[in-house]
Design a protein around this ligand. Sequence first.
Ligand code: R5P
Length: 316
Amino acid sequence: MSLFDEIKVFSGNSHPQLARDICKYLKIPLGESEVFKFSNDETFVRIRENVREKDVFLVQPISSPVNDNLMELFIMIDAAKRASAGRITVVIPYYAYGRTDKKDQPRVAITARLIADFIITAGADRVLTMNLHAGQIQGFFNIPLDELTSIPLLAKQYQDRDIKNLVVVATDVGAAKRAHDLADILNTPMAIIEKQRYGNEDTVEAVNLIGDVKGKCALIVDDEIGTGGTVIAASKILTKFGVNKIYCCAVHPVLSGNAADLLAQSDIEEIIVTDTLPIPPSKMISNLKVVSVSDMLGEAITRIHSGLSVGAMFGH
Ligand code: R5P
């Protein structure tokens, strides 16, 4: 039983395949809309079906081109609002600018907060997202937000395989909680890398490793792979500390610049990511495997619509 009329799902240009897969789970067609740019670079959105009093879900992970996709999202929200949608939930599986979440240098912006303000001002009623870079981003929104985790889904990819002597490795101290959750499900020990990032550049170095990895199979876990610098630095120090084999998993495949090429040449045997972001065919390297979060998002949408617990999906 829902307070709102039927579910309607619409997609921007960020990841239509994910939106279609979510609709497949929901057994509904993807809503019809036009989202395009005029020759003067301005974005146009038109929802091509009636959404009055409907429970509208707008699927738009903030993929590259990040700023264009954000603008699409804001305009989609406005279009749905002005079309008298009953409720608008933005489905943002990957929340870009998540790393700009604090004033850690003089005179910098907190862009993750600014975007939250834009989303609310545009008229969103709720947010559905996945593995935020920092949990406190939830608090940047004063509307309900559901944050799903794909750590159990990633864990499942290793549970049925007979990988001996597995050790889960956090790429830095901040990632320790995520690694702990994975290690807990897989019932393995964990290790933590001490990472240094230099300035605002993407240069990273793994300077130390805490934990016993010698002769073991390491499973590096991170929330996102951007330039690939972090996981590659992790793989280098793991090799130095005598691991046998290196696996890697991450939720968000940002894969910026030449990350895919660097990962293809790295010591990492296999990288498992989710489809919170689209991966262009040119970046689908042979050691990359993608698992879909569409069913999980579809189930969360069903529960949000029906007023059922989303936490219950994760045993809470
Ligand atoms: C950093 O705190 C994050 O958890 C990731 O480690 C980082 O965003 C990965 O970025 P890159 O691949 O560019 O090193």
